[in-house]
Each structure stands twice: as structure tokens, then as C-alpha cells.
Design a protein around this ligand. Structure first.
Ligand SMILES: Cc1cc2nc3c(=O)[nH]c(=O)nc-3n(C[C@H](O)[C@H](O)[C@H](O)COP(=O)(O)O)c2cc1C
Length: 181
């Protein structure tokens, strides 16, 4: 079994720390984990060509843009569970994560029924971010397992918050349970 974390922060900060803690908890159950840092990948914006949808029900599911998403698609399809993490920008998810979500257009039907958790961190208000993440999960027909939000501003701030660490450990256990059912 494998869980893939997707980090939508453009810096090495709170979101990455939270995702790493969550994945550590998941790994304790002997489950493989991988963290994809979107900021280190060459992922271009969706150009809206919709060639990935050509063919109707028998859609091609192939993206015409040649970049790192080509290696990421098969890993997403194979993954048993996903964890999406984002900093809160203007009370929404980051552009980096949204850009990634748009690029899943060729394969989103193949994410159906996979369990997914959300992680978000804001300086003072998480706004609509969990709604944003849940909307994506719902459109893809994924199973929403839960989320952890935190308040922090500077990159290492959240690592001092024992409460967040505990909630991440609990979310990891919920995700493990969801993987087994
Ligand atoms: C462009 C931008 C927009 C932001 N918008 C908000 C916001 O609407 N509400 C908020 O509470 N914090 C906001 N913040 C603060 C970040 O959410 C906060 O610094 C968070 O810790 C960043 O997470 P990271 O360390 O994982 O990058 C914003 C930061 C940036 C750079």
C-alpha cells in the first residue's frame, strides 16, 4: 500500500512539516509513503485544450504537455491514498496546488474512491481552504477522510505546536483505517 503527499507550498515551511509528520504516522503501519514537493517540479499550467477528454467515455486520459506530470500520473493512479497540503493564500488554496489539481484532468476519474486527507496552514484564518480541498475530492469521487488545520506564519512555527502534532497523528490513524476498509 502507498500514500502520496502533495505539498502545495512554494517554501520549505509549515505545510511541508505537517505533511511529513502525517506521512511518518502512516509509515508506522508499514505503509509506503512519498512526498511530492510541487515547488521542485516542472509542472506547467493546464492550457485548457481538453484533448485529454477526447473520445467521451473512452477518454484518452493523456496530457499533451510534456513535463513532470507525465511521471506523476502513473504514481497517482497507483496510490492507495492521498494527502493534499496547502498554505492558505487569500483564504483559499495556493496557486501551486490548484495548478496541480487542474493538471489531474486527464486522470481524475481514476482517483475515484481513493481516501484523501487535507492539511492547511494559515497565519490567522483558514477561510474556504478546506471547502476548496473537499470540493476537489468530491468532484473526483474520492473518499474524504478528514483534515488538520493550523495557524502559523513563519516557516518553522508550526513545529512547536504539540496540539497540531497530536492531531496529525490522529489523522494518520484515520487514514490507515480508511485504507483498510
Ligand atoms: C500570498 C499570500 C497570501 C496569504 N494569505 C493568507 C490569508 O488569506 N489568511 C491567512 O491567515 N494567512 C495568509 N497567508 C499566510 C500564510 O498562510 C502562512 O504564512 C502560512 O504559514 C504559510 O505556510 P507555509 O509555511 O507552508 O508556506 C498568506 C501568505 C502569502 C504568501
Amino acid at each position: 500500500m502507498k500514500v502520496i503527499g502533495i505539498c502545495g507550498s512554494p517554501r520549505k515551511g509549515n505545510t511541508e512539516w505537517m505533511l511529513r509528520k502525517l506521512l511518518e504516522g502512516v509509515a508506522k503501519a508499514g505503509i509506503d509513503t512519498e512526498l511530492i514537493l510541487l515547488r521542485e517540479r516542472d509542472i506547467k499550467a493546464c492550457d485548457g485544450c481538453l484533448s485529454c477528454e477526447a473520445g467521451g467515455k473512452e477518454r484518452k486520459g493523456v496530457c499533451s504537455i510534456q513535463d513532470d506530470m507525465q511521471q506523476i500520473y502513473p504514481r497517482l493512479i497507483k496510490a492507495d491514498g492521498l494527502a493534499f497540503g496547502t498554505p492558505v493564500y487569500f483564504e483559499m488554496l495556493s496557486g501551486l496546488l490548484k495548478g496541480f489539481m487542474d493538471r489531474t484532468c486527464p486522470i481524475w476519474p481514476r482517483l475515484e474512491l481513493k481516501p484523501i486527507v487535507g492539511i492547511a496552514v494559515a497565519e490567522e484564518s483558514t477561510g474556504r481552504v478546506i471547502h476548496n480541498l473537499r470540493t476537489y475530492a468530491s468532484v473526483c469521487g474520492m473518499r474524504w477522510v478528514g483534515h488538520v488545520t493550523a495557524l502559523a506564519k513563519t516557516p518553522k512555527q508550526v513545529s512547536n505546536d504539540r496540539g497540531v502534532e497530536r492531531r496529525l497523528a490522529m489523522l494518520a490513524r484515520k487514514l490507515i483505517d480508511a485504507l483498510m476498509t
